[in-house]
Design a protein around this ligand. Sequence first.
Ligand SMILES: [Zn+2]
Length: 444
Amino acid sequence: MIDLLLRAANILSPVENAVNYTHAQDILIEGNRISAVLPTGQADPAQARQVIDAGGMIALPGLINTHCHTAMVLFRGLADDVSVDRWFNEFIWPFESNLTPEDVYWGTLLGLAEMIEAGVTTVADHYFYMDEVARAIDQAGTRGLLAWAVFSAGVPEPEKKLNETLEWIERWQGSADGRITTWLGPHAPYTCSEEFLNTVSATARRAKVGIHIHVSETQAQVEMSLKQHGRTPIALLRDAGVFESPTLLAHAAHPTPDDIQIMVKAEAGVAHCPKTYLKLASGVMNVVEVRNAGVNIGIGTDGAASNSSYDILEQTRLAALMQKHQHVNAQALPINDALHMMMTGGAKALRMPDLGAIAAGKLADVILLRTDSARMQPLINPAANVLYSAQAGDVDTVICNGKVLLQERQLLTLDKQAIVREVQSRLHRLSQRIPGQRIQTYPT
Ligand SMILES: [Zn+2]
């Protein structure tokens, strides 16, 4: 028996070095996996428990956000057009240090609602109060690679916090029908001492989990590390043993040639978040060079306080456009490469090889994109339309792990109005806890 049949979809999915468009296909889903992809007409709809007519729509593998702090939607619009220093010191840290676990839960729900509406089915989330994040992921029905952020700078007993993180890993690893994976999340080389990074690395090896960490986000961080440690932040991670476990590097935007070789050798995944770099004016990685060297790069957003949205289609478009601009070359990061980064790049970076493509045996994370908006016509090159024209609002249907989360743009697992109301009242209370800061939200 077929659990879910997506009828007559036009599939855009990666193969080897290309992205293939196949017209009028039925996608058969049994349990949480795609059991077959057949030309329309070969599968019997009467044999399916649920049928969704995907005629005229483009099916893509569920989108993957390789780096986010989902609950930071709470701070969307709080600190725009300010320098990185002011962004952290005057806005983000005072507000974050006053967050409660429940604030993080409701913020994460709002961020996940936005992601589902934008076709994002998997997020690599790096934050704190991660029990609340896991609870929100479980409820939303999406997939999460979760990491609890830990620091040593200014923390009296960082190992204690690390041990609590291990208990959290045990509580949630493989939960929510296998949708939740838990890793360690040291914040960054500039907030974690080398000794602490060594401890984290040894702990990851013992617990057999990966490590998700920020690194080399700005050139200033690289220069500070060279001055203080005589090594780049990426070399420091290597020396601390971080790469002996699966590693997801947020940013790595300013690598030296040696850093690139370290990342290739380590098979590290990189989360590239171009809109955040553009907004914070922190410099954009030379993706063409780093990719050509063999580093695997996926697309991420970072938190909404810097990015303002969790739209992976938008980030992928910016990634492609920025490379063309940077290299003064219209052929830089062409459609196939950009879409590969969005699909297979994300799956590899998160060490989830069963994601990122629509094919028999893959996990059933599939989204359907409408093509009836004027901006999506004509369909001379559907891949070009997806990369350069499609918007999050074109996402009609979202399936994750075989379950429908969005249908005809209606969220099925989350009550958006209730979430927005709760977030607004929490923001009001939160701002009262911080002297000199008042958040005023406009009514919707
Ligand atoms: Zn980040």
